[in-house]
Design a protein around this ligand. Structure first.
Ligand code: UDP
Length: 389
């Protein structure tokens, strides 16, 4: 069975690492359904800096992409259009059984659209997430991708519910592989858990062994906050950007705050003449590789972020999180008390951080993201659907 994987942005490398690894392991132990899995990786080039792309391939043992389309930053229309054209060429050449796309970037949408127009079935990993904020480019990408996919791999129960609200009926939840119809009436919705949890579990010990980031930055465990800001809704709106950094600066009065700076945010801070001010308040560093990043997350006293992935990683490592957005797709963490939504309001950010730093006790443990075997469940479903009746 041949799978074409389309990736292009940092979080997609991290998600796809889990499945690439599962493919390698599965090929070592052929099963009854499909004897060999071939993965062809297409990198669109959406993220291209060494520290936003190459480092993840190296650290997470992702095979070198077979195709690199070199389509870097541009407007949404230009980027998506160019990707669509190039991915179509690849698919005509490769003729895979499945196209696998991840998350919610322009690469996700272009991969899905190119495939479905050629009648190649699309599997969407991290399907069903909704912010219900249509101003987010990510929300448009995920809604459209879900509605052309043949198999929708949901990371949470909430994601399944979101899809049910949009009319999806063919739900398999919880997953019972043997019950998958071999020729289902597509589309099929399956709750498999979160591939990011697979990656987090697998690489946590490696990060402990290999990362020297705490020593390098002269940080003591549990004595600093970690922050990331990169969502366009925050970086492209001067008022939100200013308020967020005003909120973070309140935290920086109490303890060191480290910010691995996303290229888009650096550009926005420079454009808005805020860079020098922010550089004086916070420990600004370049974007990190995954092993250093999760070491910093694990040892932080508090995380403040607008990242989807980092909200969950904070929870994986038991660190309280303030989310710098008005809404989140990972509502179960807010409901359970692991995460507080503070929007782009300086006072709310400051207050939420203060509460979490002073009298925060870990809430009851929940396990909404599966058990770290999501990648194998994804492969099981694809293999069963592909196998002869
Ligand atoms: N990440 C990283 N280095 C950094 C910042 C983030 O390795 O400097 C990782 C982080 O641990 C998480 C993922 O990138 O696994 C999240 O990606 P991002 O915040 O870019 O996107 P989102 O999750 O919001 O889609």
């Amino acid at each position: 069975m041949k799978i074409v994987t389309v990736v292009g942005a940092r979080p997609q490398f991290i998600k796809s690492a889990a499945i690439s690894r599962a493919i390698r392991e599965r090929n070592g132990f052929p099963n009854n359904f499909v004897s060999h899995l071939t993965e062809v990786i297409v990198h669109t080039g959406q993220h291209y800096d060494a520290n936003m792309s190459d480092v993840f391939f190296k650290e997470l043992d992702i095979p070198k992409p077979h195709y690199n389309l070199g389509i870097g930053d541009s407007t949404h229309g230009v980027m998506t259009g160019r990707m669509l054209e190039k991915i179509e060429e690849v698919l005509l050449n490769e003729r895979p059984d499945w196209v696998l796309v991840y998350g919610d970037t322009n690469s996700t949408l272009a991969g899905a659209l190119a495939a479905v127009k050629l009648h190649i079935p699309v599997a969407h990993v991290e399907a069903g997430l909704r912010s219900l904020n249509r101003k987010m480019p990510e929300e448009i990408n995920r809604v459209l991708t879900d509605h052309v996919a043949s198999v929708l791999f949901c990371p949470t129960h909430k994601a399944v519910q979101n899809l049910q609200m949009e009319g999806f009926k063919n739900i398999l939840d919880p997953i019972r592989i043997s019950n998958v119809e071999r020729t289902p009436n597509f589309p099929l919705v399956v709750n498999v858990g979160d591939v990011m949890y697979d990656t987090a579990l697998y690489y946590a010990p490696k990060s402990e062994q290999k990362s020297r980031i705490l020593q390098k930055l002269n940080l003591k465990p549990n004595a600093y906050a970690l922050t990331t800001v990169h969502r366009s809704e925050n970086t492209d709106d001067r008022k939100r950007l200013k308020n967020i950094f005003e909120g973070i600066s309140k935290v920086a009065k109490e303890l060191d705050v480290v910010l691995p700076l996303h290229p888009r945010t650096r550009e926005a801070l420079e454009r808005e003449n805020l860079f020098e001010q922010v550089a004086q308040m916070l420990k600004l560093i370049d974007p990190l590789g995954y092993l250093d990043m999760i070491r910093l997350e694990k040892n932080a006293k508090l995380i403040l972020t607008d990242s989807g992935g980092i909200q969950k990683e904070a929870f994986f490592y038991g660190v309280p999180c303030v989310t710098l957005r008005d809404e989140t797709e990972w509502v179960e963490l807010v409901d359970a008390g692991w995460n507080v939504l503070a929007g782009a309001h300086a006072d709310r950010i400051g207050q939420a951080a203060k509460n979490m730093l002073s009298d925060w006790h870990p809430p009851a443990q929940i396990s909404p993201y599966g058990h770290g075997d999501t990648a194998f469940k994804v492969l099981d479903v694809l293999c069963i659907l592909e196998s002869p009746n």
